[in-house]
Design a protein around this ligand. Structure first.
Ligand SMILES: Cc1cc2nc3c(=O)[nH]c(=O)nc-3n(C[C@H](O)[C@H](O)[C@H](O)COP(=O)(O)OP(=O)(O)OC[C@H]3O[C@@H](n4cnc5c(N)ncnc54)[C@H](O)[C@@H]3O)c2cc1C
Length: 430
């Protein structure tokens, strides 16, 4: 292998890039991964819950060797006002099954581990290098430029994350629209392992995933999420970019408010700030999928906008892993044919369309529209608080029938038809 010519170059050592590198290297291909961070994972941010199924196909039993934090065995969803939280909690023995397990992960450790797996198979990683430009000849992508360096390959995978200016420069992807993009700000808060298990009521090694709406985004389209790690908590606030400025609070200030909320404050008490980060998340879903291939190039993971936010969970990591694997499988077949034209690479889209990635994205295509119902973030948390407050408050005053206080609360929130309409939209979107 010459120093500057490879079978494949991958830009970005996130989950999509490292999975593609691992798959290609296993097939004996000469692959170079260019990563701008000082190590794989250094720049990566996630709320932190990985659905294990996609990686399980590539590294069976990965959870026994990977730096996972906790197996998620408890789900919580809360509607919050300034003082109250109305919470659904769900747990089930089934959540412990390996086949369907999900895990909290910290990307700075997890991505490093995955990159090392790819390296062990022979992939070459260069870190601390920013790919600035694509090399295109006669309409075909031939490599990337980083500063004065030119690196060439038969094919390039752009796995460079949410913005992907490189995909934009090729005309494959549009600049992200503000109403289809959210800003996430996250803290990792260190706490003793046993304290976390006790506070969240989970067994050692097991954990909780928690989504919150209403107060966390000050009524804007967004919310907060909290994941229990082994000896830390990941707490993030996410707000749709077009909502910034509608609240008197900036996104970092929204996160501070969540930390002080009476439901959250006791859970993070005495915690130590270990990590602070901010990142964009695409929210447009299926309708935002860009051009996935052209002569000599494929897009995978966030670079291809493969994320869904469906209120009770955010998914992007399992999509990144699967699309990275399928991009690599496409290249392995293209190499056998000796043809990296768009026509050969089009099988990537066919494979994606037949995979859970596109099926799930299509299934939830209406989710962004559902989120536009502002009542979910403004009025419904208040309605829930008013109803439950009256139900649970016994102070010697005469009791009122549920009908007497629930109906006015519902009316104030837009009425029964509005609620039924949103319910219908939720049934179609989720
Ligand atoms: C706040 C927040 C919470 C989330 N929560 C969850 C969750 O709980 N579960 C879930 O499944 N998903 C979640 N997601 C989404 C998930 O993080 C992404 O879908 C996932 O990280 C995509 O992986 P990727 O490999 O495609 O991209 P990334 O992880 O973004 O990796 C891209 C890599 O490319 C590198 N790079 C970029 N440009 C260049 C360049 N020009 N040259 C060299 N290197 C470059 C970056 O440094 C980075 O390492 C969340 C996202 C955010 C922001």
């Amino acid at each position: 292998m010459s120093d500057d010519r490879f079978d494949a170059i991958i830009v970005g050592a996130g989950l999509a890039g490292s999975t593609a590198a691992l798959t290609l290297a296993k097939a004996g291909m000469e692959v170079l991964v260019v990563e701008r961070g000082n190590w794989a994972g250094a720049k990566n941010v996630s709320g932190g819950r990985l659905y294990g199924h996609a990686l399980e196909k590539i590294i069976p039993g990965f959870a026994s060797e990977a730096p996972i934090e906790r197996k998620i065995t408890k789900e919580r969803i809360s509607l919050m006002t300034e003082t109250a939280a109305t919470t659904i909690e769900y747990n089930d023995e089934d959540m412990r099954r390996e086949e369907t397990a999900s895990y909290s992960v910290l990307r700075s450790k997890f991505d490093k581990w995955l990159a090392e797996k790819a390296e062990a198979e022979g992939a070459m990683f260069v870190t601390g290098i920013h790919a600035d430009e694509m090399i295109v000849r006669d309409g075909k992508v031939c490599g990337v430029k980083a500063g004065d360096e030119e690196m060439e390959a038969d094919v390039v995978i752009l796995a460079d994350g949410v913005n992907s200016p490189l995909a934009q420069s090729l005309g494959m992807k549009k600049e992200l629209a503000q109403d289809q993009t959210a800003v996430g700000v996250k803290e990792v808060i260190g706490l003793d392992e046993k304290v976390i298990s006790d506070r969240f009521g989970v067994a050692p090694g097991e954990g909780c995933a928690w989504m919150m709406a209403g107060f966390p985004s000050d009524g804007g389209i967004g919310g907060a999420c909290l994941y229990t790690n082994k000896d830390s908590l990941s707490l993030a606030v996410v707000l749709t970019a077009s909502e910034i400025g509608n609240s008197e609070y900036s996104v970092p200030q929204l996160l501070e408010r969540v930390k002080q909320h009476p439901t959250i404050a006791p859970l993070i008490e005495d915690g130590k700030l270990l990590e602070y980060s901010a990142h964009l998340v695409t929210e447009g879903g299926y309708n935002m999928i860009p051009t996935l291939y052209r002569d000599g190039v494929l897009l995978a993971g966030d670079a291809a906008n493969m994320v869904i936010n469906i209120a009770y969970t955010v998914r992007g990591m399992d999509f990144a892993i699967e699309s990275g694997r399928l991009a690599a499988e496409t290249i392995i077949k293209a190499k056998e044919k000796g043809d990296f034209s768009a026509s050969t690479l089009s099988s990537y889209k066919t494979m994606l369309d037949n995979s859970f990635v596109m099926r799930d994205m299509m299934h939830h295509a209406r989710a962004p529209k559902l989120m536009e119902h502002k009542e979910i973030f403004t009025k419904y948390p208040v309605m829930a608080k008013e109803v439950f407050s009256e139900m649970f408050t016994i102070d010697g005053n005469p009791r009122r029938h549920l009908m007497k206080f629930a109906m006015p609360a519902l009316k104030k929130s837009g009425g029964i038809f509005k609620l039924a309409g949103i319910g219908m939209d939720a049934l179609k979107a989720l």
